[in-house]
Design a protein around this ligand. Structure first.
Ligand SMILES: [Zn+2]
Length: 151
């Protein structure tokens, strides 16, 4: 096991629900595929140099024009961007709307996301696939517990 690369001072290793090797930034929580043979450490090194933006701490003030009536004055509301929650929401959408995993690679989808949620880092198709399976097993466990209670 050679994991002496500099990035391992900032990343921890863990296994995805399907056993795939992953790493997570200890500062901002961003996750990378970290199979030593397939992925290498390049992405993590780039993240350390300039990508780590402490995403979890980001709170944005957004102009809410939703319920202001005809005056359109707008009100400032606090809305916190959550990369993890957004990723989970994407997995939810793919499942519920019966979209193929390749949907996330679509140019139209990427353009749409760049407009409505530019800070969202759209994960690779493989990561999204894993998110969907993780979501599936989470829901399955919930259902199992639900039926145990009903018995
Ligand atoms: Zn980071």
């Amino acid at each position: 096991m050679k994991s002496r690369a500099v990035c391992w001072t900032q990343f921890t290793k863990f296994n995805a629900p399907d056993g795939y090797k992953m790493s997570r930034c200890m500062k901002c929580g961003k996750e990378y595929e970290a199979d030593p043979f397939l992925n290498g450490t390049n992405e993590m090194n780039v993240h350390m140099r300039k990508g780590c933006g402490d995403e979890k701490g980001t709170t944005q003030q957004l102009l809410n024009l939703g319920k202001t009536g005809v005056q359109g004055a707008g009100t400032l509301t606090n809305w916190k961007f959550d990369q993890e929650a957004t990723r989970k929401g994407l997995a939810y959408m793919l499942i519920v709307d019966e979209k193929p995993f390749k949907f996330v690679d679509g140019m139209g989808f990427k353009y749409f996301m760049s407009l409505c949620c530019p800070m969202f880092n759209i994960a690779s198709r493989r990561t999204i696939t894993r998110d969907c399976f993780a979501f599936y097993s989470e829901m399955k466990d919930k259902l199992k517990r639900f039926f145990q209670i009903c018995e």
